[in-house]
Write a protein that binds this ligand. Structure first.
Ligand code: UDP
Ligand code: MG
Length: 315
């Protein structure tokens, strides 16, 4: 019988964790097989770690590891995947926005042997600010158009995977992690389960608009070279245009004899070209920055404390 590990990245979730544990352990126990919950404390500044400690003390199925500082959800998921011991591994948010009730169907689908992963996506974005959901939607739209890696709109990080899929994900040791892209990039057959959006049980979201914008740019830069192609194609087109303009100016000089006219239009063109150049440099810079960070090969995270003693402190 396959055992189940649930990875729960948590950053300042002291209010949500007890409810999460109650719900999730109830569903897990009903599945009639071995399970563990592995909490990853992502450098919380509230009492999240204390809550984890006491949950782990009361229930031998609960484990935790705690980062030396906030490394971000991507690092927390990576650490969880590395240290999960079950043969099926799921990632779930601590705020119960990923309904534990879906676990039963997920396990069933993997048991059938037909799929290596079962992922959940939100059918709607009810309760989310309008601007935010519009921006998110357009991100997924452009992400799919600009990269070969399909990222499903409304997809969450909530999914249950088989051991071989987890190993594939772990073999991708990149520092700039964009898990939604990685899950899709490794392939394997995925079953998508829709569900209605749920609001978080307690606490507040960790996402700001600027945080989401950065996340989107990361996703694009990590899984698409399209912006670079746009930059070089744009450069080529502008060069062609300037040839046409040069010929136009020469012909006008020969026919009318006065090349010095149109100061305003000249300034417009100069600033337009200057803007385009800076934009393209910026695009290249984004890729360069990623390359720079990758070449440093810094660890993904440091573990400061864990309920297990076989956890690598440097990850
Ligand atoms: N999270 C984390 N590290 C961070 C930010 C968030 O581990 O730096 C966790 C957070 O505790 C939660 C999950 O990631 O369990 C999703 O965060 P949130 O609910 O804020 O995102 P949303 O559901 O609004 O997309
Ligand atoms: Mg949430």
């Amino acid at each position: 019988m396959q055992t189940i590990s649930i990875i729960v990245p948590a950053y300042n979730e002291e209010e949500a964790l007890p409810a999460f544990y109650r719900e999730c352990s109830r569903v897990l126990s009903s599945l009639g097989r071995g399970w563990e919950i592995l909490f990853v404390d992502d450098g919380s500044t509230d009492n999240t770690l204390d809550v984890m400690r006491s949950l782990a003390q009361d229930d031998p199925n609960v484990h935790y590891l705690s980062f030396s500082r906030n490394f971000g959800k991507e690092a927390a998921m990576f650490a969880g995947l590395r240290n999960a011991q079950g043969s099926y591994v799921a990632i779930m948010d601590a705020d119960l926005q990923d309904p534990p009730e879906l676990l039963g169907r997920m396990v069933e689908a993997l048991d059938s042997g037909e799929y290596d992963s079962v992922a959940a996506y939100r059918e709607d974005r009810a309760g989310e600010p309008i601007v935010r959901s519009a921006l998110s939607r357009s991100f997924y739209h452009w992400m799919s158009r600009m990269s070969d890696t399909e990222v499903k709109s409304g997809a969450r990080d909530y999914r249950l995977m088989t051991r071989r899929m987890v190993d594939a994900v772990l073999s991708m040791g990149e520092r700039n992690r964009f898990s939604k892209g990685i899950f899709s990039w490794v392939g394997f057959k995925t079953l998508w389960i829709p569900y209605a959006n749920v609001e978080r049980v307690a606490g507040t979201t960790k996402w700001s608009l600027s945080g989401l914008a950065r996340y989107s740019i990361d996703g694009l830069v990590n899984f698409s070279q399209a912006p670079l192609a746009v930059a070089s194609t744009g450069g080529l087109l502008l060069t062609l245009l300037s040839f046409v303009l040069v010929i136009f100016v020469i012909v006008r000089k020969l026919v009318f004899g006065d090349p010095v006219a149109g100061w305003a239009s000249t300034i417009c063109i100069i600033s337009f070209i200057g803007g385009i150049q800076l934009l393209c440099l910026g695009i290249i810079g984004q890729y360069l920055a990623k390359t720079y960070l990758e070449t440093k090969e810094r660890p993904h995270y440091f573990v400061a404390e864990s309920s297990r003693d076989d956890v690598d402190m440097i990850g």
